[in-house]
Design a protein around this ligand. Structure first.
Ligand code: UD1
Length: 334
């Protein structure tokens, strides 16, 4: 079985490639290194002891895609490549819509031309906007995204549904991620955001390691147990394994499927800080500041559909997430 992984050197993609290789799939990665680095290729090979093809290119490039589908008999595609910085997407909407939509359209076009009909897509819990109920089930209303990044995810979900109507054999599994954190236990791969991080966990690890001074907690007056925002943090290795389960379903069943990939547990910002300090025995200074525009109070998954239909559930706990996130950063500094 040969799997094309777009964005396979990024945070989530690289962990998925590790899991694929460990289960003996053949892997072809396409990545333009816009938010990743080429050294991840060797790191993945070091972890798995296995080889894979890496093509440094942009997924929007139709000629490159044509060559990949001609040179390789691709059985399924896992599409991670995409821009994902919320703030940047507000400043550069054209760049976000162009990159995220065109890459997906070109990919699907080439897949259909080459009779490759199995597609796994990285969507996000952001498609639920301010959720109508908690925990969030897959049949909750989608819409109400507050930034172009989130809207690209919503639009791509629609595009995939339309392609499935026109081509029923085109099977798409849409995975709605909650908040991925953590890193591979080897400390060799993990999340390396460019510049100052926007997301909570990358910020916490940089404060703990002394790279940044203090964490700003965005609001303590939400309607949550301690007033700070509640999210469903999921270990990236669990998330990567969710893709393997989805892939197995896509290879055997035809259809259009949606799954939440979360743990079902909500942790507040201060829960995370306290757990991080305890597990890693390090201080994370913080101050309470104003709410961040566009943030919601609480967001956590009902993950039962994924368990029932994919046989997947998150296995790693908050301590693993805290330990592995910090371990990765400390290893980077050695
Ligand atoms: C964000 C995006 C979401 C995207 C996801 C990808 C927004 C509104 N949402 O999710 O669309 O899919 O990242 O990773 O940006 N926080 C602080 N201080 C910080 C950073 C965050 O207090 O320095 C708080 C936030 O207010 C929130 C929680 O930590 O309550 C998690 O924030 P973050 O890690 O940015 O993720 P989301 O906002 O849930």
């Amino acid at each position: 079985m040969k799997i094309l992984v777009t964005g396979g050197l990024g945070f989530i993609g690289s962990h998925a490639v590790v899991e694929l290789l460990e289960e003996n799939y053949e892997v072809v990665v396409i990545d333009d290194l816009s938010n990743s680095s080429a050294d991840v290729v060797d790191k993945i090979k070091q972890i798995t002891g296995k080889d894979f093809d890496f093509i440094e290119a942009d997924v929007c490039d139709l000629d490159v895609l044509e060559k990949i589908f001609t040179d390789h008999k691709i059985d399924a595609v896992i599409h991670f490549a995409g821009y994902k910085a919320v703030g940047e997407s507000v400043k550069e909407p054209i760049m976000y819509y162009e990159n995220n939509l065109v890459s997906t359209l070109h990919l699907c076009k080439k897949m259909l031309e080459h009779n490759c009909n199995k597609f796994i897509f990285s969507s996000s819990a952001t498609v639920y906007g301010d959720p109508e109920k908690l925990p969030i089930t897959e049949d909750c209303k989608v819409g109400g995204t507050t930034n172009p990044y989130g809207t690209t995810k919503l639009m791509i979900e629609r595009i995939l549904a339309d392609i499935h109507v026109a081509h029923p054999e085109f099977t798409a599994i849409i995975l709605r991620y909650f908040n991925p954190i953590g890193a591979h236990k080897s400390g060799l791969i993990g999340e390396k955001p460019n510049g100052i991080p926007n997301n909570l966990m990358p910020y916490i690890v940089r404060v703990a390691s002394g790279e940044l001074e203090i964490l700003s907690v965005f609001g303590d007056d939400y309607d949550t147990p301690d007033g700070t925002g509640v999210r469903d943090y999921i270990h990236v290795v669990d998330l990567a394994k969710g893709h393997l389960s989805a892939l197995k379903k896509a290879l055997k069943d035809e259809g259009l499927f949606y799954y939440n990939l979360g743990t079902g547990n909500g942790y507040s910002v201060l829960d995370l800080v306290k757990n991080f300090e305890k597990v890693n025995n390090v201080k994370v200074p913080y101050k309470i500041v104003d709410r961040r525009p566009g943030d919601i109070a609480s967001c956590y998954a009902d993950p039962t559909k994924a368990l029932k239909e994919l046989g997947w559930k998150a296995e790693l706990g908050i301590e693993d997430m805290m330990r592995d996130s910090y371990n990765f950063i400390l290893k980077q500094k050695q």
